[in-house]
Design a protein. Sequence first.
Length: 367
Amino acid sequence: MLTLTKIREGDIKAFEDVFRRYYSPLCWYAMSITGSMEAAEEIVEELFYGFWRDRERLPLFRSMKSYLYVAVRNQSFQYCEHLEVRNKYREFVLSRKGRTQDSSPQEEIEYQELRHLIDTTLARMPERRLRIFRMHRMEGKKYAEIASQLSLSVKTVEAEMTKALKALKKEIENYQVPCLAYMGDMGDMGCCKELFAKIKKQFGGIDVLVNNAGVSYIGLLQDMSSEDWDKILHMNLTSVFNCCKLAIPYMVHQKQGKIINISSVWGVAGASCEAAYSATKGGINALTRALAKELGPSNIQVNAIACGAIDTEMNQWMEEDELIALVDEIPAGRLGKAEEVADLAYHLGYKESYLTGQIIGLDGGWI
């Protein structure tokens, strides 16, 4: 009990003593259940990582040894239970990778070159910077969340993201593609005005606006705080208002423009335990239809893409069995690809079109 008290108070030496004493025996114990030392070590390392991270919230228990062995046993059994599901999902992923995209050879070459350039740039980044970049841009985590998970300051996370974006900007510009990288909260009008001032200075105006920011909250509405509600409204809907408001004058002046809002099927059908997210996406859909009527006489088209389940790293929070069950519900038999969303957005943004005021479903027939 004394050791636990010290650890809860942040005594790193007490924690290290426990780690050195139990790490190896726990690994062998986990290996006896999983049959894999690699899996066993991962289970034990994750246990100790969470043990220290959540030390202030650790329950009071009498036996450190019993607590650790029970925790490892439970995680090991869970690993075994999901092993078959993971293997099935792995086969599913491999089968998807073999499919070709509907694109011309030249487009495919250009896409692969640019993708290789970006991947190479990311691979050269320090491990911590790359992890922060992926957590923020691919998993949708906020700076504060990342800082908490990695035991860093918010300023450090922001600095690492700035360096990552500058590196990507430099490499993309070397590919003869003009690029402006900007980090900011699009739900804040001050940030938006600063961004659009930079756009005006570098490009002179704006032809196409794609609103693609979004966060979610999973849980019952009755358990949701007013702060969480405001946060989602701020990011998902206010950001669209801000960017549209600042982009429209440029488009009206040049008598043409395209606005593409990335929405969701939940904005059409609604989702249980995602009421706030559904409400904001429904708001985007209504705003899209209204703006299309308002801006049509100025030759500005406004459409939304209502995405279904898209295969991105943001889906990594789902268990493999949940993901497989989801795929089973989709008539197309697979998740959508980010490239397919990009292709549709490109078509809406750069092709002359009579199409406006539409909420275009891209969900493989799911909803």
